[in-house]
Design a protein around this ligand. Structure first.
Ligand code: MCA
Ligand code: AMP
Length: 487
């Protein structure tokens, strides 16, 4: 079934039903159909054609949904951009994706590099309202690209994963079935819509099931108790940092929220078994942990029925094949660690304009995830780390190399190594170990330069001076031998 026809079950089939609540306003599925048709007319009038890219650099708002639906209908390719990205990340993505324009808000436009065509989201909405609301859909075949989503590469330069209509359709359908999502659900959507957790999972589970969604601009933990109280969600998707924050809700209140919460799903970073257990005790709800990637959408999930085993990501989703391989690509026996290789209709078609990176990551139709894990004899998979250096902070990925490269450009720095230090809320935070010439190195100036160039979550929490980086005889930096950082 095509993506548009799956979405049409709600846009057309449930037209009168309330679909979405955002900022105090409510929208029916019929409203969203009309709004996105108007936006589609406008994008066409501005010259966008099938296959053209259009970026958005926006906090969560209803216009992101309008753009997404319009893109599905027109065959346009959207490029979601993390709102926390700054000069370096933005310049790289916008140069690489070559979008026709970037849709953004007035307050965020200042972050965009000069020379990029910018479309103001409010002006776009005003202009769209003057267009007709009838549908002129082109739609897309399963292999039509719908999104170019950037994911950090080990080399520091992020690559665009080309995700198709078929990828989003397969992923959403499988999750709605696996997690028993129905139109009776109430989904509290606080995850950012510029990453696949909020976008591929959240938005499509909502659209395919026809449930009700309350969208917030972002997750704010001080607001969360009020949201749970006033909205009474049955469904919540979050990263582990959000569940850690929710544990701050006092017990009787948490119990009452938990009684209505039919399903809480965690992903994007490892959920500590302790948080899983504390959440169960406090909310009376057993978190379902699953595993995915930007390139593959969702691969593995704990079961809805049956054991949601803490510390594991569960079993392969019905349409996904998973094998665990050694360095040579041969499958390893259960109980032995190896790299997870995946195959299925959820896996993207490759990296945008990067045939080298594409051929390095795919072999015989299998995608090499770079994640290391082990399968128990009963099939449950536990993730154990990554083949490459990766820090995950609050569910946002950080490749140390990107930060190290920028630190090395600062005056007086001879060597730099960035590692993840444990953090009780975000899981990990980056810390930089530097070998510097004290007379030249200016820490405040270096930190300020990093802040203007990189997302806030990539800012090192400290610059720890050391005399030399620990290295192997062959000169490879041994990060695990660095002294622990104390706050
Ligand atoms: C995060 N921050 C934001 C926003 N989101 N600031 C403005 N607008 C936002 N939308 C940053 C701030 O810059 C600040 O960084 C910090 O978050 C403040 O957060 P705080 O309110 O104290 O929140 P928290 O309790 O620390 O929680 C952070 C968070 C955030 C809200 C959980 O980390 C988050 O939204 N994470 C979601 C990431 C995500 O969606 N990942 C999915 C990737 P600072 O203090 O440092 O200056 S997709 C993926 O991984 C795969 C496919 C998968 O499996 O899902
Ligand atoms: P991204 O590049 O943002 O798509 O992040 C994907 C990566 O997040 C995966 O390759 C994993 O390393 C990690 N990840 C996603 N879900 C989980 C999970 N449940 N447990 C541990 N790591 C996860």
């Amino acid at each position: 079934m095509s993506l548009l026809s799956l979405i049409d079950r709600s846009l057309l089939g449930r037209a009168a039903r309330t679909a979405l609540e955002f900022g105090g306003a409510a929208f029916s599925f019929g409203d969203l159909e009309a709004r996105s048709n108007r936006v589609a007319h406008l994008l066409r009038a501005r010259g966008l054609k099938h296959g053209d890219r259009l970026a958005f650099f926006l906090q969560n708002r209803v216009e992101v949904i309008d753009l997404w639906l319009a893109a599905v209908k027109l065959g346009v390719v959207l490029v979601p951009v993390n709102v926390l990205y700054r000069e370096r990340e933005l310049r790289h993505i916008l140069t690489d994706a070559e979008p026709v324009a970037v849709v953004t808000s007035r307050d965020m436009a200042t972050y965009l590099p000069a020379g990029v065509p910018v479309w103001d989201v409010d002006s776009l909405a005003t202009e769209a309202a003057t267009h007709a609301s009838d549908r002129q859909a082109v739609g897309g075949a399963a292999d039509t690209p719908l999104a170019l989503i950037y994911t950090s590469g080990t080399t520091g330069a992020s690559k665009g994963a080309v995700l198709t209509h078929g990828n989003f359709a397969a992923n959403g359908q499988s999750l709605v079935n696996a997690w028993r999502i129905t139109e009776a659900d109430r989904y509290l959507a606080t995850l950012p819509l510029f990453h696949v957790h909020g976008l591929a999972n959240g938005v499509h589970c909502w659209l395919f099931s026809g449930c009700h969604m309350r969208l917030t601009e972002r997750f704010e933990y001080l607001q969360a108790p009020l949201w749970f109280e006033s909205y009474q969600p049955t469904l919540f998707f979050g990263v582990p940092a959000m569940f850690v924050r929710l544990l701050e809700i006092p017990e009787p209140l948490a119990r009452s929220f938990g009684a209505r919460l039919r399903l809480a799903v965690s992903g994007s970073a490892p959920l500590p078994a302790e948080v899983h257990e504390k959440f169960r005790q406090r909310f009376g709800s057993v978190i379902l942990e699953r595993y995915g990637m930007t390139e593959t959408l969702m691969n593995v999930s704990n079961p809805f029925d049956g054991e949601r085993r803490p510390g594991t990501v569960g079993l392969p989703l019905p349409h996904v094949e998973v094998k665990i391989c050694d360095e040579a690509g041969a499958p390893v026996p259960d109980g032995t660690s190896g790299e997870l290789w995946v195959k299925g209709p959820n896996v993207c078609s490759g990296y945008w304009r990067r045939p080298d990176a594409t051929s390095a990551a795919w072999r015989d139709g299998w995608f090499r995830t770079g994640d290391v894990g082990v399968r128990a004899t009963d099939g449950y998979i536990t993730l154990q780390g990554r083949r490459s250096d990766l820090i995950i902070s609050g569910g946002f990925n950080i490749y140390p190399r990107e930060i190290e490269e920028l630190i090395l450009e600062q005056p007086g720095v001879h060597e730099a190594a960035v590692v993840g230090a444990p953090d009780p809320v975000r899981g990990e935070v980056p810390v930089a170990y530097v070998v510097v010439e004290e007379a030249i190195f200016d820490e405040a100036a270096a930190a300020a330069r990093l802040r203007s160039q990189l997302a806030s979550f990539k800012q090192p929490r400290a610059f720890v001076r050391i005399d030399a980086l620990p290295r192997t005889a062959l000169g490879k930096v041994q990060k695990r031998l660095l002294p622990p950082w104390k706050r």
